[in-house]
Design a protein around this ligand. Structure first.
Ligand SMILES: NC(=O)C1=CN([C@@H]2O[C@H](COP(=O)(O)OP(=O)(O)OC[C@H]3O[C@@H](n4cnc5c(N)ncnc54)[C@H](O)[C@@H]3O)[C@@H](O)[C@H]2O)C=CC1
Ligand SMILES: O=P(O)(O)OC[C@H]1O[C@](O)(CO)[C@@H](O)[C@@H]1O
Length: 365
């Protein structure tokens, strides 16, 4: 069985690649990073290290690379032969990936193919499919299940370029009804209704992480585990997660007790001393994280509209507006837009906030 995975980065190698390998797939990674692609082709394998006391290591073998900029023919072959295509490139890159995939779908045989976007966004596979449909309508026999992926894999530098250190926990949830074919993946949970799982993950793990990153930076911390030693950071994190719990328990069947237990496990993951995760990585892509459907604004808008408590999320929005990382191009974009439009118009057009909420955020700035 053959899989083609776009994005040979942290999640690609440390999570998706490992699961696919464990399921007997040979995995071809497609990426623009020539160094990584060359290393994959030279070594044909890499090692995944589990970040815990006496953590195990796992060899991921039978891997190869395709350079999406220079290897058109190899990319076409990989798409034609694939039983499964996955991505972990960043949701903003999906339109670019769609352009690489679409023209190569014609000519596939009748064997089942599933295409899955593994990004931190709600229904990212739908986004990818809509982009592919802009270039082709030959999608017969292709499944497009949405999915939710959860495993913390920090940016890292290892002696071997391909090796990757990951936290022990992982969860990959896939929409059952849209999966084509009988061959299911082990290590993956298939569900009828994915939305509650995606939102629970996005508005707990990712909103929580954003709270640590954006508030932790204001206190001078550099990494998540460092920031989590500070009582004020942990208290703020819990306030934020109590508010997203209100959102989640109001919209889905999760009980408060279930959500509190989920939160407790996630806070323990954030405290993992064997992982060094930069606050700058966790806060990256600030325009995306300030957008209306993402981890801060979606629960905030709902809670405010329903007169539910949302002070901590309001404060978090203010920290996100002040987050400073000169290496994040979206920080520059945010600042340019705020300078051009003014804060009021920026939050109205980009984050879809009403005047009352904007006023409350301004009180924290
Ligand atoms: N790192 C983490 O802990 C988690 C990340 N995610 C999500 O997974 C996705 C990837 O994140 P990471 O692996 O951390 O990022 P990363 O930056 O380590 O990897 C992304 C890879 O995509 C490649 N890429 C960029 N443009 C491309 C293109 N046009 N064609 C092919 N490859 C291209 C990059 O060269 C890079 O190797 C993001 O959507 C992120 O939100 C989800 C869960 C956990
Ligand atoms: O990858 P994004 O969406 O920029 O956000 C970083 C977040 O994603 C993760 O990498 C994994 O869920 C978290 O570590 C963090 O909350």
């Amino acid at each position: 069985m053959k899989a083609l995975h776009f994005g040979a980065g942290n999640i690609g190698r440390g999570f998706i690649g490992k699961i696919l390998h464990d399921n007997g797939y040979s995995v071809t990674f497609a990426d623009i990073d020539a160094e990584i692609i060359d290393a994959l082709n030279e070594d044909g394998k890499y090692t995944v290290h589990i970040a815990e006391e006496d953590g195990e290591t796992f060899e991921v073998t039978n891997v190869a690379g395709v350079n999406t900029i220079t290897d058109d023919d190899a990319l076409k072959t990989a798409i034609l032969e694939a039983d499964l295509i996955t991505t972990a490139v960043g949701v903003n890159i999906l339109p670019v990936i769609a352009k690489s995939i679409a023209p190569n779908l014609a000519g596939r045989g009748n064997s089942p193919l599933n295409i899955i976007a593994c990004e931190n966004a709600i229904l990212a596979t739908d986004t990818l499919k809509a982009e592919i449909l802009k270039h082709t309508d030959e999608l017969d026999g292709i499944g497009f299940p949405n999915s939710a992926v959860d495993r913390i894999v920090p940016i890292q530098k290892n002696d071997n370029l391909l090796d990757v250190k990951v936290e022990p926990f992982y969860e990959w949830v896939i929409e059952k009804a849209r999966w084509i074919g009988d061959a299911r993946l082990d290590g993956v949970t298939y569900v009828e209704n994915l939305i509650p799982f995606i939102e629970r993950k996005l508005f707990t793990v990712n909103t929580g992480h954003a709270a640590i990153a954006y508030y932790g930076k204001t206190l001078g911390f550099e990494t998540v585990s460092e920031a989590m030693t500070n009582e004020k950071v942990e208290a703020f994190l819990k306030d934020v997660l109590n508010e997203t719990m209100l959102y989640l328990t109001s919209n889905y069947d999760f009980t408060e007790a279930q959500q509190l237990s989920y939160i407790e496990k996630i806070i323990a993951r954030f405290k993992n001393p064997h992982l060094s995760d930069d606050l700058d990585r966790v806060g990256r892509g600030v325009m995306r994280k300030l957008s209306a459907g993402d981890r801060i604004m979606k629960p905030l808008i709902y809670l405010e509209q329903n007169n539910l408590s949302c002070n901590a999320l309001t404060e978090l929005a203010a920290y996100a507006l002040e987050f400073n990382n000169p290496d994040d191009p979206e920080v520059k974009e945010r600042d340019e837009q705020i300078a051009q439009l003014g804060m009021q118009e920026f939050l109205t057009s980009h984050s879809h906030l009403n005047d009352g909420l904007i006023q409350k955020i301004k009180e924290y700035l």
